[in-house]
Design a protein around this ligand. Sequence first.
Ligand code: FES
Length: 106
Amino acid sequence: MNKIFVCNIDELEEGEALKVDCGVNGIDALAVFNSQGNFFAMNDRCSHGNASMSEGYLEDDGTVECPLHAARFCLKSGKAMCMPATDPIQTFPVVIEDDALYVDMA
Ligand code: FES
C-alpha cells in the first residue's frame, strides 16, 4: 500500500479541507475533506480546469463545489453532478491509523 500522510485526525475539523502534496501516479496534490465527520480524498485539481478543489465549498449533500465555475462533485465517487464539468475527479480511500489520516494511493 502506498500511503500519503495527511495530518492527525483532530487537525482536520468538520467542514474543512486540506491540500496535501502527493507526487504519486502523476497527481500533484490531493484534497482531503471532513464532511460531517466523514473523511474523503480526491485529486486536488478540478477535472474542468485549473482550480484547487481544497478551496471549494462543502455542501450538506455530500458534494464539493469547485471554487472557479461552481461544478459540484460527489465526494465519494468523484462524479461530476452538474455543468460545466462532465468528467469525474479521481477519488481515493482515506485510512485512519493511530489517530492519523492517510490517503491510500494503492
Ligand atoms: Fe472547476 Fe471549472 S475549473 S468547474
